[in-house]
Write a protein that binds this ligand. Structure first.
Ligand code: T3D
Length: 261
């Protein structure tokens, strides 16, 4: 049903909650469709200047629902099906979203669930959270962008090791190797997430979108091309109301107020 993914917006923050706690928020096709819909809604929602992605219950997301998956295997349904039709658009939508996306990792993130967190712009983890590159253990290769995002977070050698050996990474270790931005006690997770989300929701949204574009572009282009891209993006930022107001505020020794346009 539709309440397997919840959507709520408050004070500029759209919160998307994976809500199938009995199965550690494992992803069925209907859930993936609902998640994509929620992300598209957040993208279009003028009230939303930041997006928070989290999980209900004790897990963040256990990746592909392996019951549904087993049924599909039995029925001879190919896997590129759901990777292309569901996982890829979800990850592309997060990457192309012109506003920051924060993964609030409340518990275990396994397989595509870990990939989802890696696709976000920030990761805050509860002390008890874990990341498991569970793909290899069931004879699969990484999907949902983990082959792209993970080496960029933790470096190529660590990414290779994690993907091949699949040892779960606890939150503290994840912090040490750059897989998450911060770790907080479970009881403080919601408050920490709110604080970061509020800060981002009051920030220069146009510039945030440009930062995402610049970083994604530079990851696959040489310096000269990236300089060109920066010039284009800076031009766009310079035209924003927020830039004009913030420049004026600086000269008036006032605190800038950003409206996200
Ligand atoms: O279709 C494709 O193209 C393939 C795409 C693949 C991308 C992927 O995501 S591959 C990786 C798939 N995910 C996994 O392999 C993880 C499987 N789950 C686990 O290893 C463990 O459940 C966890 C480490 C996540 C959690 O362990 P634990 O001990 O804390 O909890 P649990 O008891 O194992 O799980 C609680 C319930 O959630 C349990 O249901 P039950 O027995 O109480 O009715 C368990 O079966 C269910 N659950 C957990 N993960 C999944 C799941 N059900 C379906 N699919 C799951 N992935």
């Amino acid at each position: 049903g539709h309440d397997q993914v919840l959507y709520a917006v408050e004070d500029g923050v759209a919160t998307i909650t994976l809500n199938r706690p009995d199965a550690m928020n494992a992803l069925t096709i209907s859930m993936k469709a609902a998640l994509l819909e929620a992300l598209e809604r957040a993208r279009e929602d003028a009230q939303a200047r930041v997006v928070v992605l989290t999980g209900a219950g004790r897990g963040f997301c256990a990746g592909q629902d392996l019951r549904e998956h087993a049924d599909n295997l039995e029925a001879g349904v190919g896997l590129d099906n759901t990777v292309r039709a569901h996982y890829n658009p979800i990850v592309s939508t997060i990457a192309a979203m012109g506003k920051p996306v924060v993964a609030v990792v409340n518990g275990i993130a396994a397989g595509a669930g870990a990939s989802l967190a890696f696709a976000c712009d920030f990761r805050i983890a509860a002390e008890g959270a874990k990341f498991a590159m569970a793909f290899g253990a069931i004879g699969l290769a990484p999907d949902s962008g983990a082959s792209w995002t993970l080496p960029r977070l933790v470096g190529p050698a660590r990414a290779r090791e994690l993907l091949m050996l699949g040892e779960p990474v606890g939150a503290q270790r994840a912090l040490e190797i750059g897989m998450v931005n911060s770790v907080v006690p479970g009881d403080d997770l919601a408050a920490s997430a709110r604080e970061l989300a509020a800060r981002l929701a009051q920030g220069p949204t146009v510039a945030y979108g440009a930062i995402k574009q610049a970083l994604d572009f530079s990851a696959a282009h040489p310096l000269e091309d990236s300089l060109e891209m920066e010039a284009d993006l800076q031009d766009a930022c310079a035209k924003s109301e927020d830039h004009h107001n913030a420049t004026r505020a600086f000269l008036a020794k006032e605190r800038p107020v950003f409206h996200g346009r």
